[in-house]
Design a protein. Structure first.
Length: 289
């Protein structure tokens, strides 16, 4: 069975940078929320002294790491007021979107963010855009908005570009002056395109990544939409032999928060290589009876 790994599979630039910052930070350090949506990496970092916390209420001294999704200006001010040492791993592309949101709001535009209102990146952007900003998930929600003379539209970095275009088109009917800033990250777009291209060339697709990772789930949906049977797994151990009966070619890709070693582990299992590389710290302790 031939196994082909898609281009751009795995960590994007922003996630790689955040994980490196976490590793380089003096320990212990608290991370505000899960640093990335990958349980294996978060567990591994916890063993190295990076403790995820749900809110600043849980940290009264020391260091706080801001993840690649970024956070609100209020949270940064609060962390400073608490005397915390801030290690900011906000992805520069997310930071650009935050600054645009702040600038457009300051210039009197109503800021419209295309995305998922519950996602931490969008919640952070809303904080920068101020109280008048609105999150819309799609063109239907955009068309239902009341008239506004000036609007600026931005997107959560991982949204499809087509959705930003659809929302902008819908807003033209209820807005006099509309400014569109394309804040969609090319890393997402490139990974999705490469995965879909590969899905069309293989018999089965395997998408590797955290079950709670929205970008990994979306990658799996896109691959499935090509008609190629697609399986989303977190680890190699979840692979089932039945999925690959009469399969000649398998495609593998991974979400932006999937480390290379987990993708290699899956490829190793698929190609039948005996030795699968697993970092020392991930190995289960050997128990004797
Ligand atoms: Fe940044 Fe794009 Fe990754 S915005 S965190 S490089 S998906």
């Amino acid at each position: 069975m031939e196994v082909i790994v898609a281009d751009y599979a795995g960590f994007c630039f922003g996630v790689k940078r955040a994980v490196e910052k976490a590793r380089e930070a003096p320990k212990p350090v608290a991370s505000l929320g899960m640093l990335i949506h990958n349980r294996q990496v978060v567990d591994q970092l916890a063993r190295e002294g990076v403790r995820p916390v749900a809110s600043l209420d849980e940290v009264n001294c020391g260091r706080i790491l801001i993840r690649s999704h970024g956070t609100t200006p209020e949270t940064l001010v609060r962390a400073r007021d608490k005397g915390l040492d801030i290690i900011d791993a906000t992805c520069p592309y997310v930071k650009r979107a935050q600054h645009l949101a702040q600038k457009m709001a300051a210039e009197g535009y109503q800021v419209i963010i295309v995305g998922d209102a519950a996602h931490p990146e969008v919640q952070g952007m809303l904080g920068w855009a101020g109280p008048g900003a609105v999150v819309v998930p799609d063109k239907k929600a955009a068309a239902a908005l009341p008239f506004h003379p000036r609007r600026a539209v931005l997107a959560q970095t991982t949204q499809p570009e087509s959705r930003l275009e659809e929302v902008a088109a819908a807003l033209r009917s209820n807005t006099d002056t509309l400014v569109v800033h394309n804040t969609v990250c090319q890393a997402t777009h490139q990974r999705q395109e490469a995965a879909v291209r590969l899905a069309r060339q293989v018999d089965v697709m395997v998408v590797v990544g955290g079950k709670e990772s929205a970008n990994t789930r979306h990658l799996a949906e896109l691959c499935r939409a090509t008609g190629t049977p697609t399986y989303h797994v977190e680890r190699a151990g979840e692979l089932c032999r039945q999925w690959f009966i009469n399969t000649r070619r398998v495609g593998v890709t991974g979400g932006a928060s999937t480390p290379a070693w987990i993708i290699e582990e899956v490829v190793g299992m698929l190609t039948g290589e005996e030795k699968i590389m697993v970092p020392e710290e991930e190995k289960e302790p050997v128990t004797t009876q």
